[in-house]
Design a protein around this ligand. Structure first.
Ligand code: CP
Length: 332
């Protein structure tokens, strides 16, 4: 039996219906390197496509929008969510994936440079998703690539697709962004997710609270950048003064792998732990988010709380990444 697909979903998703030349679609052939490249209109467009992707996944699971297209998933750092959601996104869209999750077994181990690895993979793939430990690595890759590069995390720099899925989650959970108080907690120095999310939120009227140990404060250059855009920002060393006013509590892991001195890590690990008792003082209508993985900063007892949005957030990543792949490949 044929599955019914609503006309609005068909119009956007079927390459066989008259949408004009897909290559004229916004984002066709573009890199996704930083959230700074997006406007509010872009976000509306991306999230519209992401919602349609969700509708299609719920209705048919997998469909052939990107049949014949190949993604190279190149990860120089560990990943579970970003790597597998991009893989799942491509396969749900009917495309295929070259997975390079362990560069130790690729020619990188023989000393191949990033530009050469990129120039190699683009011979075989239509789009490259790259995670790399160095800030600016995706921009470097894009300089040499003829195919679109999607930044899946460049060291402590940015994680733009995470910020997009974070914002999509906030909209899905709370229905708006303007007027919200967003409290970011944990490792704000090394956390690329909060660097990207705070930049993306600067497109909206929000209040940002930064709660961290002194040595893990938000980078002053970023605070200055956002201040220049008129964003209201305050810094704290404890959650207590801001919890009651918080609409989005965005918790992050202290990133052991980024510390030069492990003694410093030992001093700050476990300094914040969100428990059911913590949330007793929070609003009824708020959300707790986390890019994951967590290593103890949100206790598992919190998972049952309806305000715990981090698993729903993870699922949003699939639809946003499906949207991005379809867009850069000219099919949305
Ligand atoms: N949120 C995130 O980037 O998770 P992974 O490191 O598992 O990809």
């Amino acid at each position: 039996m044929a599955t019914f697909v609503p006309p609005n979903v068909r119009r956007v998703l079927s390459p066989h219906l008259p949408l004009g030349d897909h290559r004229e679609a916004p984002f066709y052939g573009r890199d996704i390197l930083s959230v700074s490249q997006f406007s509010r209109n872009d976000l509306e467009y991306i999230f519209g496509v992401a919602k349609e992707m969700r509708a299609m996944v719920e209705r048919v699971g997998t469909f052939d929008l990107l049949k014949g297209k190949i993604l190279a998933n190149l990860f120089y750092e560990p990943s579970t969510r970003t790597s597998s959601s991009f893989l799942s996104a491509m396969e749900r869209l009917g495309g295929s994936v070259i997975p390079i999750n362990e560069v130790t077994y690729s020619s990188v181990a023989k000393g191949e440079s990033l530009p050469d690895t990129i120039r190699t993979l683009e011979c075989y793939a239509d789009v490259i998703v790259l995670r790399h430990p160095e800030v600016g690595s995706s921009a470097l890759a894009a300089k040499y690539a003829r195919k679109p590069i999607i930044n899946a995390g460049d060291g402590t720099g940015e994680h733009p697709t995470q910020a997009l899925l974070d914002l999509f989650t906030i909209l899905e959970e709370l229905g708006r962004v303007d007027g919200l108080t967003v409290t970011m907690l944990g490792d704000l120095k090394y956390g690329r997710t909060v660097h990207s999310l705070s930049r993306l939120l600067s497109l909206f009227v929000v209040r940002l609270n930064y709660v961290s140990p002194e040595i893990l404060r938000m980078p002053p250059a970023l605070v200055e950048e956002l201040a220049g855009k008129g964003v209201s920002q305050k810094e704290f060393i404890s959650l207590e003064p801001v919890l009651a006013e918080t609409d989005v509590l965005y918790v992050t892991r202290v990133q052991k792998e980024r510390f030069e001195n492990l003694e410093d890590y030992e001093k700050v690990k476990g300094v914040f732990v969100i428990t059911p008792e913590t949330l007793e003082k929070a609003k009824d209508e708020m959300v707790v988010m986390h890019p994951l993985p967590r290593v103890g900063e949100i206790s598992m007892e919190v998972d049952e709380d309806p305000r715990a949005a981090y698993f729903r957030q993870m699922e949003c990543g699939l639809y946003v990444r499906m949207a991005l792949l379809a867009m850069v490949l000219g099919k949305a």
